[in-house]
Design a protein around this ligand. Structure first.
Ligand code: ADP
Ligand code: MG
Length: 717
């Protein structure tokens, strides 16, 4: 009988990293190297640099001061050096017998009491030196480098035996300056003695270029494949109804437009045209609507929903937070509810925190189709939610959702009964909205399977927000400004930073600020006289992520209605909140926020006609200075309000990898290539992909298969 198959701890760790197949192991590349191929005289040791040398043991002893430790004195190159070990087994003492010759590796420190090394790696001297540099791999807890290295190298060998590195690109179509894959991997995993470290880390090295080129091609191929697959999927045709033949009343789209309190901007009209055209086709729309904060995406979503409802189908709008979803619900209900009621339809609300009874009602309205529009949070994609005929799914702040969640929503349109048909299930049209503009070059590479509409114009009548920097010591002056705003009848946001390490600290912070402001405003009230007018009832609200949803909603509602004058908040208000009467935004510890985040926050003010201000309150770091990146970010905030310019600067400061981090974008990530740095390879891949599908389909499939392993792995991560 075969023994039960249980995984050892390191095997489990490999599994966790997605390193199981020979190919995935072979493609797990080192992030740095150590050079064990040579011995260096101890005299040449540099402080803080690792060195390998051989030495003779002079003495060893276990001492107890200041802490139990093993102290070994060794002699090499005419110098003595003290080795210290705090963790050691008694059995280890054997190797330190006086007179033994050892090979030691580690950092040598010079100090008042001579040279010393902490926990060097120790081997018996004399073994042959390796003839390749030692690769160091990204690992995880419970997985030693030595184990991982063995696994990777055996994966490399096996993959090569299985001929997995065979070319998948016709030789005449290869990009310039690339090595064959097998050679590239061999070089990167096992660089020969004497290989320069900078050559190994040079992104333009032909070994790296091979990986980047293949990866970029895989990305293009898979996006083309997705696009082709999508072109075969059917979606409901949502024709804009032009006349009155179907309804007594004019179509919803027209009625909604007629009652909007404003005229649409040119940009809104243009993107609506793009969306309307997609919706009227029988293949599912896959469109990203990007527009800066305040550019008016919501009304575009509402009109798209109206087109869908006009055609007799259901629409769902999903937002990442309950506050945002609820705001959409309020706004869209106020616009649409009366019009829908006249048609026997309604807007349904769905979230996780809902009371059971209310939820059951919403669910049944969604299933019966009476709910023509469903607005809510992730709750919308739960299994129990059954649509009668979902035809349009809108996702706000799409980068907050994962790929899986977006896919689930797309699968929500089982139309009709369970009778199986040979044709693929129809899918709803998908409209994703984002206020984080993606520079064109990036959008093209990451979203080749997306059509992009851009709102590049703000609604008229906005007064630009004045941005100011305030040092922490001018806090009192700032509080005076807050009072002034309230006296003038305006409202104020005060944002406290999220402290990554500790959620409770971020809470304390906000709570304290709330108290401080409450007291400051109260003191003024008590003085009576002139100040007492508007400030008599000055109320300060507090909003943070750990409050129950109902309470959050109540606070937000009170602020919206003007019953709260100041809203102290952690970053929960970051996305989408719309209170036009708020004219001052204070961002405390602005130096801790990312640039896009600052920009999003600033976008909460300047939504009405009043002149608005955003104050970036900053505190200097330990050395009485701001970090380089923090000052770059603050400077960018002072210099521009253009979301695209901000995105560009953000990209410059952070680099694309981080800019489109996995969680941030939900987009497929590149592991080796960087679409901005590797523009020539990007262009090559874009040009080659269609040719590959058309003329070398088999190779294209093989290529995708090679890289698919990896893609699914980092999508998981
Ligand atoms: P975002 O793109 O950030 O989601 P919103 O849709 O919340 O922006 O719109 C911001 C504000 O601008 C809202 O108060 C909205 O009613 C208003 N708005 C949208 N379009 C127009 C327009 N064409 N003219 C005037 N105001 C508009
Ligand atoms: Mg919005």
């Amino acid at each position: 009988m075969a023994p039960p198959k249980t995984l050892s701890a390191p095997q489990k760790a490999l599994h966790k990293l997605g390193l199981e197949s020979p190919l995935s192991l072979a493609l797990h590349l080192p992030f740095r190297y150590e050079d064990d191929t040579q011995l260096t005289p101890l005299r040449e040791a540099q402080n803080g640099e690792p060195i390998q040398f051989e030495a003779v043991v002079l003495s060893h002893e276990v001492v107890y001061r200041p802490k139990r430790q093993l102290k070994v004195d060794v002699l090499s190159d005419g110098l003595t050096c003290t080795l210290r070990f705090f963790n050691f087994y008694p059995s280890q003492l054997k190797q330190f017998q006086v007179g033994a010759t050892l090979r030691l590796k580690g950092e040598v420190k010079g100090g008042m009491f001579g040279l010393s090394m902490m926990h060097p790696s120790v081997q018996i001297a004399g073994a042959a030196l390796p003839d390749t540099l030692t690769p160091i791999y990204a690992s995880t807890a419970g997985l030693a480098q030595s184990y991982l290295r063995k696994a990777v190298l055996s994966g490399l060998k096996k993959a090569s035996e299985l001929r997995l590195f065979e070319p998948t690109i016709p030789p005449s179509l290869e990009p310039a300056q690339v090595w064959p894959l097998g050679e590239a991997l061999q070089f990167l995993h096992l660089p020969k003695r004497g290989t320069q470290l900078h050559a190994l880390q040079d992104p333009t090295h032909p070994a790296w270029r091979r990986l980047k080129a293949e990866e970029l091609l895989a990305q293009q191929l898979s996006q083309m494949k997705a696009r082709l697959a999508r072109s075969k999927v059917k979606a409901p045709v949502l024709k804009l109804s032009l006349g009155m033949e179907q309804h007594q009343a004019p179509p919803l789209t027209q009625a909604l437009r007629a009652q909007l309190p404003f005229a649409l901007t040119g940009a809104q009209e243009r993107v609506l045209g793009e969306i309307a055209k997609d919706l009227s086709l029988a293949t599912p729309m896959h469109r990203l609507l990007q527009g800066d904060v305040g550019s008016g995406k919501t009304v575009v979503a509402a009109l798209a929903a109206a087109q869908c409802i006009d055609a007799g189908w259901q629409c769902a709008l999903m937002a990442p937070t309950e506050i945002l979803a609820h705001q959409h619900f309020e706004k869209l209900s106020s616009w649409l509810e009366p019009l829908l009621t006249a048609r026997g339809l309604k807007v349904a609300w769905l979230t996780g925190s809902q009371k059971k009874k209310e939820k059951t009602l919403s669910l049944s309205e969604i299933e019966s189709g009476q709910a023509a529009l469903v607005i809510g949070t992730h709750a919308i994609i739960q299994d129990q939610v059954k649509f009668k005929n979902l035809a349009l799914a809108i996702i706000d702040e799409q980068h907050r959702f994962g790929v899986e969640q977006r896919l689930t929503l797309r699968k929500k349109s089982q139309v009709g009964d369970e009778v199986s048909h040979a044709e693929p299930e129809p899918e709803p049209h998908l409209l994703m909205m984002s206020a984080t503009p993606i520079p064109r070059t990036l959008a093209m590479s990451y979203f080749a399977d997306l059509d992009v509409s851009t709102l590049d114009e703000l609604p008229p009548g906005r007064t630009p927000v004045v941005t100011k920097l305030f040092a922490e010591h001018k806090r009192a002056e700032l509080i005076e400004r807050v009072k002034h705003q309230i006296r003038e009848g305006f409202q104020v946001y005060w944002v406290c930073p999220l402290i990554e390490e500790s959620e409770s600290m971020d809470l304390t912070n906000a709570t304290q600020t709330h108290l401080e402001l409450s007291l400051a405003l109260k003191a003024l009230t008590d003085l009576g006289g002139e100040a007492s007018g508007a400030l008599k009832d000055a109320q300060v609200g507090l909003l943070h992520s750990r409050m129950p949803e109902a309470e959050k909603k109540a606070v937000m509602h009170a602020f919206k209605e003007g019953r709260l004058h100041v809203l102290v908040s952690t970053t929960v208000i970051e996305v989408g909140v719309d209170v036009p009467n708020a004219s001052l935004m204070v961002i405390e510890h602005a130096e801790r926020f990312g640039l896009s985040q600052l920009h999003q926050l600033r976008g909460r003010v300047g939504r009405g006609s009043a002149a608005s201000t955003c104050v970036l309150l900053y505190a200097l770091g330990e050395h009485g200075r701001l970090s380089e990146t923090a000052s770059q970010r603050l400077k960018a905030m002072l210099q521009t309000q253009d979301g695209f310019e901000i995105a560009k600067r953000d990209l410059d400061i952070r680099g694309p990898g981080e800019f489109l981090g996995a969680r941030q974008s939900g987009a497929s990530l590149l592991r080796y290539a960087d679409p901005l740095l590797d523009m020539d390879l990007m262009a090559w891949a874009q040009a080659l992909a269609p040719k590959m599908w058309a003329e070398h389909a088999q190779m294209a499939m093989a290529h995708l298969e090679r890289w698919q392993t990896l893609r699914s792995e980092y999508l998981k991560a």
